[in-house]
Every structure is written in structure tokens, then in C-alpha cells.
Design a protein around this ligand. Structure first.
Ligand SMILES: NC(=O)c1ccc[n+]([C@@H]2O[C@H](COP(=O)([O-])OP(=O)(O)OC[C@H]3O[C@@H](n4cnc5c(N)ncnc54)[C@H](O)[C@@H]3O)[C@@H](O)[C@H]2O)c1
Length: 416
């Protein structure tokens, strides 16, 4: 396929090389002329045949350069891989400043504006740059020429292994704005890689990119907390501990526990975190990660109470077992919500047919704002009093009764 890369930096150039080495007809353009005269690059790439100086790959590839107009004219798909930098204060090499800022999108915007100026007809544009959720719709779509058919295609590559990661991705991510653009990009990747394609909205794709990266940060903070604890505890060895954790491929290193819903519960999990927090304090762990986990769980419960409070109705819990289809309440995050409601002076209604051993007819109650505190199968259909609101953290209830509003949590307002 004829493709182009606009922005030939640490991401764009290796991808252009890889696509060219795989037989695609690739042109590239960079605003920095030095980038386009094939000056030696000071880094290596782990290609498919091992570590290869990128300059050797450049010598083997057939990437051609041109003016922006030539490159755009040439391509069926133009991939935009220009930088979206963060202020250097937020690189992570100094103490975290008290304030926070967004990435700088001026380069991406300037590139799209420049492409808009030279485009001569319908053209597919796949933006690869990393952006926070909502950015493309807010900053890029309004300035793009209407003939540009845009999709979002962030990559999950690590520096030094860009080519290998590009050609062997876990999945290809396409944020669909223009359906034809996404379909064309999908056809390109179908030829280039063997990986599932995950199509979603541009906002979700923007989210997945940064959620992926921050997940890695979360895993490392966790492993390093265990490392420091092991360092301080006689007889402990972080590699042996993490060796055991790595074997847990059904529940830990797996899709389990990755659905948004109520907080963790049960007889072991909250309790163990709190006990580990005690241990962390006893050995002066540099950051009490376990306390952070429990504080975040509590803050989520507080948020749910805030949501309930935003409806001027009596409060109630539908389900307060600690997990779906169980009658046990030990460590239940729903009971934590209940206690926070009581702390704020409410006398919440509560109902769980599994815990209580019997079903009740709720339809004659006064209207309430209810929180679905447990995802019991039987709650997929409910009969709640007319005029009630049901907050559903699992987006699972299909019907809650005539005149009952179901509010699925975790879905932002609709965008046009
Ligand atoms: N480098 C990575 O490993 C990596 C991985 C995933 C995502 N990303 C994302 O990809 C984007 C690019 O990252 P990078 O590391 O390649 O950045 P980079 O700074 O190495 O390269 C960006 C290139 O774009 C060029 N450029 C800037 N404005 C341009 C314009 N208007 N027209 C043409 N070229 C222009 C620059 O001259 C530069 O060569 C960023 O959003 C980054 O977050 C990078």
C-alpha cells in the first residue's frame, strides 16, 4: 500500500522503515530537514533479526522523502507521528511539581493544519501521537480540512524495540471517527501484522493509550513496594515473591478484576491490605502503597455517596453481599457505602435477598435513589418503586421497573 509518515522521529521513522521493509511504498516528511537527509541516528533498534543499528535498517529500506504535498499526494493513508510533548518539569526526572498540565498539542495541530493546506482531495489521516481523552475532538477535528478522513491509531511500542513492537503488537487500536478511514487503516494492518484489531470511539482509543501506559506504572510501583518490603524483612527475596505472583495467570495476570464496579471486598482482600499497611509502617516503607489502595477504595465509596446525595430522594442499597451471587457480607464495599451514608446522617434502606434469605416486594416503597451494591444475577431485572433512580456501577441492570431511571456508572456524556 502507498503510505506516508508525517513526523519522522523516534516513533515515525522506525515505523516507516518497518512498513517499507515489509514491502509497502512509503514516503516520509519531517519539518526538520536534517531528519530527512538520513543523518546517522544515535540509537539501535531491536528488529526481527536481533539488535540492528537503525542506520543499517535505513540503508536497507526504500523510504523516500518529499515535500509535504508530495508525501500527502502519494499516500492512501497519512500517519501523523509528531510530538505531543509535556513540559520538561513533568518528565519524571525531578520532584513532582504541585501543579499539573496537559500535553502540548501545538505540534499535532500545526501538522494537521499544514496537511489541510496541501490536501487536494479525500485523504485518510491516522493520528498516532499520544493525547489525553477528548483532545482530537476538541483540538484537531475542528481545524482539519473536511476532506481529511480521520481516525486515531496510537501505538503501544517501547523505545528501542519500536520496529519489533510495531510488527508484533498485542492488538491494533483504531479510534473510529470516519468509518472509511478506520476500515482502510484496518486493511493496512491486516497485511502488516497478525493481531486483533480493537475498534472503538476516538475518545475510548485515546483513553486506552494512556490507561495502558499508566497500568505499567502501577505494576512497577507495586513490584517495587514488594521489593522494598522484601529488602527490609529477614529471609524475604523479591524475585521469589514475584516469581509466585507471576504464576497467577488466572486471576492476577489476566483480564480478571478489570471491570469497573464496586470496590474490592471479602474476608481476605481489604483485611490483607490493611495488615500490609501495618507492616509497611512498621518497617518504614517509603510509600505505603497498601494504604493508598485502601484510601482509593474508600474515596470511591465516598464518590458513590456523593452521587446518591445528588438526588433529593431517600437513599437505599440493592444488594450488599461482598460479591455477586454470594450471601456473605464480610468486607463488603457496599456496606462501606452504607456506613458512609449513616455517617452523613441518613438512615438508608437496604435489601439483599441472598443475605436475608428471602425476596421482598420493593415496588410499594417510596421512591429512592438506590445503589446496586452487588451484581447478583437476579438483579438483571428489578421491580423498584416508580420515580426511583438506580445507580448501576456494573452497567448490568436491563430493567428496574416502570418509571425508574437506571444510571449506568462509567459512561461519560454522549458526544456528537
Ligand atoms: N517514541 C516512542 O516510543 C513513542 C511510543 C508511543 C507513542 N509515541 C507518541 O508518538 C508521538 C511522536 O513521538 P516521538 O517520540 O517520535 O517524537 P519525536 O520528537 O522523536 O519526533 C517527532 C518528529 O515530528 C517532527 N515534526 C514536528 N512537527 C512536524 C510537522 N508539522 N510536520 C512534520 N514533522 C513534524 C519533528 O521534527 C520530529 O522529528 C508522540 O505523541 C509520542 O507521545 C511515541
Amino acid at each position: 500500500m502507498k503510505i506516508a509518515f508525517v513526523g519522522l522521529g523516534k516513533l515515525g521513522y522506525p515505523c516507516a522503515l518497518a512498513a517499507s521493509l515489509k514491502g509497502h511504498d512509503v514516503m516520509g516528511y519531517d519539518i526538520d530537514p536534517a531528519v530527512m537527509n538520513n543523518d546517522p541516528k544515535p540509537y539501535n533498534e531491536t528488529a526481527e533479526d536481533g539488535v540492528t543499528p537503525i542506520n543499517a535498517l535505513i540503508a536497507r529500506s526504500r523510504v523516500r522523502f518529499g515535500t509535504l504535498r508530495e508525501v500527502v499526494d502519494h499516500a492512501e493513508i497519512v500517519f501523523v507521528a509528531v510530538q505531543s510533548p509535556h513540559d520538561p518539569r513533568f518528565e519524571g526526572i525531578t520532584r513532582l511539581p504541585p501543579e499539573r498540565v496537559d500535553f502540548d498539542y501545538r505540534y499535532v495541530a500545526a501538522a494537521v493544519r499544514a496537511i489541510s493546506e496541501v490536501v487536494r482531495g479525500p485523504k485518510i489521516l491516522a493520528v498516532m501521537s499520544t493525547v489525553l481523552p477528548g483532545t482530537l475532538r476538541r483540538e484537531i477535528l475542528p481545524i482539519a480540512d473536511p476532506r481529511l478522513q480521520i481516525c486515531y491509531n496510537p501505538l503501544f511500542i517501547a523505545m528501542g524495540t519500536t520496529i519489533r513492537d510495531y510488527l508484533h503488537p498485542e492488538f491494533v487500536l483504531l479510534g473510529v471517527y470516519d468509518a472509511a478511514a478506520a476500515a482502510c487503516a484496518e486493511a493496512f494492518y491486516a497485511d502488516l501484522v497478525r493481531a486483533p484489531v480493537y475498534r472503538t470511539t476516538i475518545e475510548n482509543a485515546e483513553f486506552i493509550k494512556v490507561a495502558y501506559n499508566t497500568f505499567i506504572g502501577m505494576k512497577l510501583v507495586y513490584a517495587n513496594a514488594i521489593m522494598e518490603l522484601c529488602h527490609k524483612l529477614p529471609g524475604a527475596d523479591v524475585d521469589a515473591v514475584m516469581g509466585g505472583i507471576k504464576l497467577a495467570t488466572q486471576r492476577l495476570i489476566s483480564p480478571a478484576y478489570l471491570d469497573g464496579g464496586m470496590g474490592d471486598g471479602g474476608a481476605c482482600h481489604p483485611r490483607d491490605n490493611i495488615a500490609m499497611s501495618w507492616l509497611a509502617r512498621r518497617v518504614s516503607l517509603s510509600h505505603d502503597w497498601f494504604d493508598s489502595v485502601m484510601s482509593a477504595r474508600e474515596a470511591q465509596a465516598e464518590w458513590l455517596v456523593d452521587l446518591m446525595e445528588s438526588y433529593p430522594l431517600p437513599k437505599g442499597l440493592i444488594g450488599y453481599a461482598f460479591k455477586a451471587d454470594s450471601n456473605l457480607t464480610v468486607g463488603s464495599a457496599a456496606l462501606l457505602v452504607l456506613s458512609l451514608l449513616e455517617e452523613r446522617g441518613y438512615q438508608p434502606f437496604k435489601y439483599d435477598p441472598l443475605v436475608e434469605g428471602q425476596s421482598r416486594d420493593l415496588s410499594s416503597l417510596a421512591p429512592h435513589v438506590f445503589l446496586l451494591g452487588a451484581k447478583h444475577r437476579q438483579f438483571a431485572e428489578l421491580s423498584l418503586p416508580r420515580g426511583s433512580v438506580l445507580l448501576d456501577p456494573w452497567r448490568f441492570v436491563g430493567y428496574a421497573g416502570e418509571g425508574v431511571r437506571i444510571v449506568p456508572l462509567g459512561k461519560g456524556p454522549k458526544v456528537e
